[in-house]
Design a protein around this ligand. Structure first.
Ligand code: SAH
Length: 464
């Protein structure tokens, strides 16, 4: 370890920055957030530093700096950030001799202090530094962490603090207490706090404490939409919940790259569904969710697309609600949005389509029972989920009910994944085109004038 990370209270200390150009400005901005009293010495200053001086946020002195003659009395930290590297270095060396903390910009080893990259979720602070080896890597990691750590973590910190004494009184064993907190902070109570619903969170923690005192623990269920396939289309919340899952129930639509984000310790239960071959009947899935939660597990129910769009999410949570199991539903990008964007087919368009309908093409006793006269009307886009088997019947019914047979129509196969294919035709030609290709599930059928825009608006490489 080349540098030991420390967090210093600078509120009653005095800091000195030498230089007032762009590099110094970054450091000045960071230091001002700490509440320190700040002096800046420079031969010239950028407009922002001048403005900060005029506002009284810092004291700016125009002078050429000589470490040998400067009076460092009362200075706690020096930052040498001029564009003159030998000068920066000599300031660093001088401070080292005098025992004054000094940070030297531009990676010189002359200083003893590093000003790290900061993720500020005050009072929670995360500092990153690569020992000067790779500022690019530091920036990259910072971006990743910024995305992953909720903006309002501070609320979670204060909420946890407000319950600390009660939890300590109720659970004496530190190991048990730590597990209690781990579960709470990765569970629904924490989600409520982050969404400003502290009362709901308070009621959950009270229940959990009562259960803990009675020697029980109840789990929770997160019903999470995993999007259409591309892991980049997960929501931040879905990603966070995936990365902290304890046990997961997932089906065939959840892509392998998404499953690879699960922790290695997470138990995986496949409950895949194929039209005729249900790996686990829906009732059993519903019951498994309840059973796992009652065993005290925190369960992630991961579903393709959005759980509430042809996802039977409603049925799954109905049983949870009946059994008093706490749950939360997290939306995902539905196949229609994902496939449309990745194949250059806008679902609505001022000129061609004023509405869009998501329709199930699932066959019931070999027929697609739908309000065809309504669906055949012009000016709307139709998106058929589960429409591959019934494709011919769907196209024919629309033609029979008055939609032009030249109406453009497309099948998007494995949309948003590297294997995506888009097969474009019209109501009359599409069934034949599909027959001549070996099309694999999942596929989405989009019908309407907007499909014709695919040729010009498509940006994503498709395998066709
Ligand atoms: N809840 C899911 C839909 C589940 S129904 C959602 O919101 O997307 C299953 C149907 O979704 C499939 O038969 C197919 O029509 C469609 N689908 C899901 N993912 C898809 C993908 N990546 N490409 C094409 N169609 C997809």
């Amino acid at each position: 370890m080349s540098h030991f990370p420390l967090f210093v209270d600078l509120q009653s200390r005095h800091c000195l920055v030498i230089g007032a150009g762009p590099i110094a400005l970054r450091k000045i901005r960071a230091l001002l957030k700490s509440g320190t009293s700040l002096s800046v010495v420079a031969t010239r200053a950028c407009a922002e530093v001048q403005a900060l001086h005029q506002r009284g946020d810092l004291h700016l002195q125009y002078a050429s700096f000589d470490p040998k003659t400067f009076d460092f009395n009362g200075v706690y930290l020096v930052v040498a950030a001029t564009d003159d590297h030998p000068l920066n270095k000599s300031i660093g060396e001088h401070c080292k001799q005098q025992g004054i903390h000094c940070n030297v910009a531009s990676g010189s080893e002359a200083g003893d202090v590093v000003l790290p990259s900061i993720i500020d979720r005050s009072p929670m602070m995360i500092a990153l530094h690569s020992g000067g080896r790779s500022p690019t890597m530091t920036r990259y990691l910072k971006r990743q962490l910024e995305a992953f750590i909720p903006r309002n973590t501070a609320k979670l910190v204060s909420w946890a603090e407000s319950w600390r004494t009660k939890v300590k009184a109720a659970i004496d064993r530190p190991v048990v207490r730590q597990r209690f907190w781990d579960r709470l902070l990765s569970g629904i109570a924490a989600e409520h706090v982050l969404a400003d619903r502290a009362t709901a969170a308070d009621s959950i923690i009270s229940d959990r404490l009562a259960q803990a005192e009675a020697g029980q623990h109840h789990g929770e269920v997160f019903l999470v939409g995993a999007g259409p396939g591309d892991p980049e289309l997960l929501t931040l919340k879905a990603l966070r919940l995936i990365q902290q899952a304890d046990v997961v129930l997932y089906d065939r639509l959840v892509s392998e790259p998404i499953l690879s984000l699960l922790p290695v310790s997470c138990e995986r239960i496949y409950v895949g569904k194929r039209q005729a071959d249900h790996a686990l009947p829906q009732d059993d899935i519903n019951q498994t969710l309840v059973d796992l939660a009652k065993q005290g597990r925190n369960v992630l129910r991961l579903k393709g697309g959005d759980p509430f769009i042809f996802g039977r999410g409603g049925e799954e949570i109905e049983l949870l609600a009946e059994n008093n199991v706490a749950f939360q539903v997290v939306p995902g990008i539905t196949a229609a949005s994902g496939c449309a964007s990745y194949s250059g087919i806008p679902l609505t368009h001022r000129d061609y389509s004023q509405s869009v309908r998501f329709v199930t093409g699932h066959l019931r006793s070999n027929e697609v029972n739908l309000p065809w006269p309504e669906l055949a009307q012009e000016g709307q886009t139709l998106v058929f989920y589960m429409g591959l088997t019934g494709l011919s019947a769907i196209c024919q019914s629309l033609i029979d009910n008055g939609r032009e047979q030249e109406t453009p129509a497309a099948v998007i196969e494995r949309g948003t994944t590297p294997e995506q294919r888009v097969i474009v035709g019209n109501l009359e030609s599409l069934p034949g085109l599909i027959e001549s290709q070996q099309v694999k599930a999942p596929t989405l059928l989009i019908i309407g004038e907007v499909v014709a825009l695919h040729g010009t608006l498509s940006w994503y490489k498709s395998n066709v």
